[in-house]
Design a protein around this ligand. Sequence first.
Ligand code: NI
Length: 158
Amino acid sequence: MAIRNLRLEGDEILSKKSREVEEIDEKIQTLIDDMIETMHKYNGVGLAAVQVGVLKRIVVIDLYDDKGPIVLINPVIIKEKGEQEVEEGCLSFPNQFAKIIRPAEVIAEYTDRNGKRMRVKAKELLAQAISHELDHLEGELFIDKIIPGTLEYIEPEK
Ligand code: NI
């Protein structure tokens, strides 16, 4: 496993659309392992492959609960319900946080790393994370959707 370089604000790859994964081969498994390691290294709750420079529809999410990291390949949101106003950041925008409206609940389908098609019903933080990460696959960034005037720069504690 390896930590991969994060693509940061201003990198044009972040506004590109990612492509479907056709086969979950060895290379994809390595990418997934590296994405999880990279997400953990930077204490993120989610990471999309485009953020490490790979335009493939793969997302990893870890809420640091008993479920462990979740791997979503070719995910689609099939239903959204309600709204929640939340505080949000992104590993590609270090130290920047803002308020944003996300769906309160989402139902998503995805393929897991074993190739099995799965369905998840999510609310609260998981719904927020799925919504945020799936936006990355479309080249959409949270910064373009924030509630105006709510952006804050917060330096991490040393
Ligand atoms: Ni992000």
